[in-house]
Design a protein around this ligand. Structure first.
Ligand code: IPE
Ligand code: IPE
Ligand code: MG
Length: 246
């Protein structure tokens, strides 16, 4: 039985989020520049998108560039931005043909104009697609999103649109940039690091975390399937005891 066949269709995560980490170390191991690692990460993105589609996952969110990544050497940032524009340009037709709906979360104001334009046109182009919702987290961080949510909420309170006594947990989620997606049931991180690095801080509250000891450019569809199978073997208790779940 293949790994894909081992996945139970009735217990699929709706939303899988991935921290795509380890491009630089992958390249270094091969005696190459960090940028070479980023270039080779594109194939892994393709594999993840295809695997999510084949497995029947509805939302895939990929952490591609964090707020903190702006502190990297200028040369690396420029190369990453160029790679981003080129990759979207190259892949968008195929994504569209597969029914993928592209979205992004993050601070667009910080992105170079060219990146922003390419991204916005790709998002518009695929806006009515009904297949996988693929979200790129770009110039994104969880704390950035929480700060913005607080500002928007304060505005609505000041203008009387929102009443303090009506604020609930679900109200808060509506002010986040991730409002259109369910919380991820499963979060995958490559490269052997065990941390969140400011990704989806609010949304990961009850996500199952899956860490694998592989650098991102080596990530393949089988790794995606394996992560789902692992997820399906876990008991999600949400604070209750085991007997209450079965
Ligand atoms: C992930 O790989 C890609 C981005 C953060 C843009 P890294 O560039 O972080 O690679 P490592 O973790 O340094 O190996
Ligand atoms: C997290 O990776 C961000 C992305 C994958 C885009 P980093 O490489 O930036 O995270 P740290 O610095 O190791 O925590
Ligand atoms: Mg890293």
């Amino acid at each position: 039985m293949s790994l894909l066949e081992k996945i139970q269709k009735d217990r699929l995560p709706k939303h899988v989020a991935i921290i795509m980490d380890g491009n630089g170390r992958w390249a270094k191991q091969k005696g190459n520049s960090r940028v070479y690692g980023h270039k080779n990460g594109v194939r892994a993105v393709r594999e993840a998108v295809e695997a999510a589609g084949s497995a029947g996952v509805e939302f895939l969110t990929l952490y591609a560039f964090s707020t903190e990544n702006w502190n990297r050497p200028k040369k690396e940032i420029e190369a990453l931005m160029l790679l981003l524009v080129n990759s979207i340009h190259k892949e968008i037709n195929e994504l569209h043909n597969k029914g993928v709906r592209l979205k992004m979360i993050g601070n667009t104001a910080q992105l170079p104009e060219k990146v922003c334009e390419e991204l916005m046109s790709a998002i518009e182009f695929t806006a009515n697609n009904k297949g996988l919702t693929l979200t790129l987290a770009l110039s994104y961080s969880g704390r950035w999103d929480l700060k913005n949510a607080a500002i928007k909420m304060a505005r609505d309170i000041n203008s009387g649109v929102l009443l303090e006594e009506n604020i609930q947990e679900s109200t808060f989620s509506k002010y986040l940039s991730t409002a259109y997606m369910p919380d991820p049931e499963l979060m995958i991180r490559t490269s052997g690091e065990f941390r969140i690095s400011n990704f989806l801080l609010y949304e990961l509250a009850y996500s199952e975390l899956y860490f694998l000891d592989k650098f991102w450019p080596d990530f393949r569809n089988q790794d995606f399937y394996q992560a789902i199978i692992d997820y399906q073997q876990r008991e999600r208790r949400f604070g209750k005891i085991s007997e209450q779940i079965q």
